[in-house]
Ligand binder design. Structure first.
Ligand code: ZN
Length: 584
């Protein structure tokens, strides 16, 4: 609904914000040299490895790798969305957030609708207690093994099959009825207004702040539809809402992972057994917004699906949604239940310990991806393995550069028997394992282009020296070159931006996490200050030399590339063709 925030405003906001204040009011920090240090709020540690730099307006943890600007800190620590973090900083700085396109920043005032939904939720809860027909609902919930305490925690209610209690209690005048129509609580049918939810158990759906934004209803007895949700309304967007998120956050502030299931009753049944880090999507496939939301809460997301065909298809869809966003910061796994089972039935049948054991067996995203693709090819033959690489290629290309992509590349290379041709993804050398909180990321020599980017981010003044080297490097077709060129342009048009502001400008770019990681690359610590210009120009010079060498080697009109998959596939195809010839 709201428009884009102009990048100049974000620059201004960061220039007026002191990250030391922002972090210092939330955790204990102390001065150490020109920086500040603290025990990292994002991983368990006894000795401080978390530093805040006033000059760069940046924080960085050497233990878990967390880093970013004041905006990033608020997003991580206060679990705010980007927009909310901007609003919070603007409030502190006494600035008004402008929005491109002139749409009001805060949007229309939804307070009256929120109040109406809160009253409706109260009414449904009361009906569950006092309505004569509610005993069927109570019996149903008891039959599912749910306690009164858990029903109260989730605010469960009841809508009788006859009568229109919401309309009669809350729709006192035209304005109120308009509100009920807008929020989908009543519907107009053949000129008559009636309650939407009838003969159902009611599940209020709350936003992250605990406000009711919509309802789900499960029909009592037979009939259709078994589950009914509020329609899309100004408050309720299925693609952005997750059932149980508020309750999960109340129970556990920093869960190690979030489990995503398909139904409200699954969420509640698992909570009854003490698994509180569970949410459900609301009759919709997982969206990028869902993943973003979950990523701010836990480092890992586990999707739970029925092991049947439909379940695997749904999981594949979730994988495709996740691929463009996966990075080292968020790991994603898939749990398949025995066919026909759902978490609710399973946990009641086998108990919580068995369910926890199942959770440990959840398949990492990379394994699931390769597993699904392998089913489509004959892995025993060279042709089949070549095909696997071709099938995986477009998927991998859609991923942001980084650890996940490197690992996947590596795994594919091993599977296809390509170890000798394989080169790591252009972004960064492969690492042996995914960095996890509590374990320091392993330093690794970055590629030349990555080194140049990292140096430039930390020393924007290097931009002035670029003209001292031949600019053949600009012709190298590597995603890093594009980033470097854009970065140079950014710096020349805004020479006073801090590192934090520079990185922040990339937030919506799919290379954001790559850039964020480069901005604190541990390798930089090894370069003496006086050597920085030489390192930077040297890296560009060597790339330029390589490009010129390639020019001499290759025919005209063919650009150089480092995408290993191209080479690998070409070779695989050649070998496969040779094998076919031999067989004939
Ligand atoms: Zn840390």
């Amino acid at each position: 609904m709201s428009g884009r925030i102009p990048p100049e405003f974000i620059d201004e906001l960061l220039a007026r914000t002191d990250i030391v204040d922002v972090i210092g009011t939330r955790i204990q920090i102390r001065k150490a040299g020109k920086d500040f240090e603290a025990r990292c709020p994002f991983h368990e540690e006894r000795t401080p490895s978390f530093t805040v730099s006033p000059s760069k307006q940046f924080y960085h943890c050497f233990g878990c790798g967390a880093n970013g600007s004041a905006i990033g800190f608020l997003m991580e620590y206060d679990r705010l969305s980007f927009r909310e973090a901007i609003d919070e900083l603007a409030r502190r700085a006494g600035l008004t957030v402008p929005v491109e396109g002139g749409v009001a920043a805060s949007g229309p005032d939804h307070a009256p609708l929120h109040a109406l939904l809160a009253r409706a939720s109260d009414a449904y809860r009361e009906l569950l207690r006092v309505h004569p027909a509610a005993s069927a609902a109570v019996e149903y919930l008891k039959g599912r093994g749910l306690s009164g305490e858990i029903a109260a925690r989730f605010g469960l209610g009841f809508a009788p099959a006859v009568g229109d209690p919401i309309l009669t209690r809350l729709g006192v005048d035209q304005a109120a009825q308009q509100g009920l129509l807008t929020t989908g609580l009543i519907v107009e049918y053949e000129g008559r207004r009636r309650d939407r939810f009838r003969g159902r158990i009611i599940f209020p759906i709350r936003d992250r702040r605990g406000r009711v934004i919509g309802f789900g209803g499960r029909l009592l007895g037979d009939g259709k539809p078994k589950y009914l949700n509020s329609p899309e309304t100004p408050l309720f967007h299925k693609g952005r809402a997750l059932y149980g998120l508020f309750e999960a956050q109340q129970a556990q502030r920093q869960p190690g992972f979030m489990l995503v299931v398909e139904g409200y009753l699954d969420v509640i049944a698992l909570a009854q057994y003490g698994l509180t880090n569970v949410v459900a999507t609301l009759g919709t496939a997982t969206t990028p917004e869902h993943l973003q939301l979950l990523g701010r809460i836990a480092p890992e997301v586990v999707f739970c699906f029925d092991g049947d065909r439909a379940g695997r298809a749904a999981a594949w869809k979730a994988l495709q949604t996740a691929l463009p966003t996966v990075s080292g910061h968020q790991s994603i796994r898939f749990l398949f239940l025995p066919e026909g089972e759902d978490p609710d039935t399973l946990i009641r049948a086998e108990g919580v310990e068995a369910f926890r054991t199942r959770l440990q067996t959840a398949q990492p995203l990379s394994e699931f991806l390769i597993d699904q693709l392998s089913r489509q090819v004959d892995m025993a033959s060279m042709d089949g393995r070549a095909r696997l690489v071709s099938l995986a290629e477009p998927l991998i290309q859609g991923m942001p550069g980084g650890i996940y992509r490197d690992l996947l590349n590596q795994r594919l290379v091993e599977l296809a028997g390509l170890s000798s041709v394989a080169r790591p993804s252009p972004s960064r050398p492969a690492r042996a394992g995914v960095a996890r909180p509590g374990m320091p990321p392993r330093p690794n020599r970055p590629s030349r282009i990555a080194l140049a980017i990292a140096l430039l981010l930390n020393h924007p003044e290097l931009a002035e020296r670029v003209s001292e080297v031949a600019d053949d490097w600009r012709r190298w077709s590597n995603p890093g070159v594009e980033i470097l060129v854009q970065l140079l342009e950014m710096i020349s048009s805004h020479p006073t931006l801090s590192k934090a502001a520079l990185v922040e400008r990339w937030r919506e770019h799919h290379h954001f996490s790559y850039l964020q990681r480069l901005s604190v690359d541990p390798i930089l610590g090894d370069i003496p200050l006086e050597g920085i210009v030489d390192e930077f120009l040297g890296a560009l010079n060597r790339i330029s030399e390589d490009v010129r060498k390639e020019d001499r080697r290759r025919p005209l009109n063919q650009s150089t590339t480092t995408a290993w998959s191209e080479d690998a596939r070409a070779r695989l195809e050649r070998e496969a063709a040779a094998a076919r010839t031999r067989r004939r």
